[in-house]
Design a binder for this molecule. Structure first.
Ligand code: NAD
Length: 300
């Protein structure tokens, strides 16, 4: 198995699961936002930039059954500040990984796109047949990257997840509102909300996304594109209330300007993935309690 971006938040949880099942795993990561400490000891880490280094050689040497491609510039705000770097990592980098996976004879390529970014503003829950309307450079580039994965000519799965949260997520990343709220709650007891707090998101625990990656990567499915979401819209104001309950004491709220590229409503249906047998198993309340306990114990 190969996991690009395996030193990052989501990738490292996937690596944990693959290693626990006895798979040999090669992680390709330039450690630009990921950390070597995140990578399970049993996995091998190759520190490479997928934009500038030809990854065909390490892939040919490893002969992976599945290449999971998660390496990315994963920040919407940064994609607006430096669109060309986003284009390089998310489109050129994805093309290079996909072409290398095909040339190296990989059995399957799994790519993590983005449900929130690709569909943009949603009036009703977006299905895989909804016309994409990305509202950020990040979303435009993720959509283009999907095309490069489909054109690479090997069996593939594309996942479009909503907002993912869980252990090891960096609160500084703007999509990481759950972890940012918990850090703010424990630091000074004031939750900083961008905009009026009525914008809605669908929060999925990282281990449920890993289960989806595992399903489309290792179980027999056709090539295709699947949304990954709980299917429940939660406003940021409601999330703040949930965090307050998980922390167990009253918290302040500070409202600031809405950020560029932020959609008001992100709602995605994962009915197609559920038909394959996937079901989210960790509720937001339990996920928050786990994170608060870990952060309070300094284990985040
Ligand atoms: N976190 C979310 O809510 C979310 C939602 C939808 C999709 N995604 C996607 O999931 C994937 C993983 O995101 P994450 O949240 O774990 O972010 P992350 O920043 O923790 O992980 C990305 C990893 O890619 C590595 N990387 C970046 N540029 C690279 C390059 N040029 N060469 C090699 N490695 C490089 C980073 O060092 C990092 O380890 C990304 O594709 C992201 O777009 C994330």
């Amino acid at each position: 198995m190969v996991v690009t971006g395996g030193a990052g938040f989501i990738g490292s949880h996937l690596v944990d699961r693959l290693v626990a099942e006895g798979h040999a795993v090669l992680v390709i990561d330039d450690l630009s936002s990921g950390r070597a400490e995140n990578v399970a000891a049993a996995a091998e880490l190759a520190r490479l930039d997928i934009v500038t280094v030809d990854v065909e050689r390490p892939l040919r040497a490893w002969r992976p059954e599945v290449v999971f491609h998660l390496a990315a510039q994963a920040s919407v705000v940064r994609s607006a500040l430096d669109p060309l770097r986003d284009l390089d990592v998310n489109v050129v980098g994805t093309h290079r990984v996909a072409a290398a996976a095909a040339a190296a004879g990989a059995g399957r390529l799994v790519f993590v796109s983005s449900g929130g970014a690709v569909y943009g503003e949603t009036v009703r829950a977006a299905t895989e047949r909804t016309t994409p309307a990305p509202a950020s450079h990040y979303g435009i580039h993720k959509l283009a990257a999907e095309g490069h994965v489909r054109l690479a000519g090997l069996p593939h799965a594309i996942l479009r997840p909503t907002n993912i949260y869980g252990p090891r997520q960096a609160g500084a990343l703007e999509g990481a509102v759950v972890v940012a709220f918990i850090e703010q709650a424990l630091r000074d007891g004031v939750l900083r909300i961008h905009g009026d707090g009525r914008q809605t998101r669908d929060f999925l625990h990282v281990r449920d996304l890993v289960a989806a990656l595992h399903l489309v990567g290792l179980a027999a499915t056709n090539s295709g594109t699947w949304n990954v979401a709980v299917g429940r819209s939660v406003s940021i104001a409601t999330l703040a209330d949930h965090v307050e309950r998980a922390v167990g004491r009253p918290l302040g709220r500070a409202f600031g300007p809405r950020r560029p590229g932020d959609v008001a409503r992100s709602s995605v249906s994962a009915a197609a993935l559920r038909r394959l047998g996937w079901l989210p198993s960790i509720g937001l309340r339990d996920g928050l309690v786990e994170l608060v306990a870990a952060a309070s114990a300094g284990r985040h």
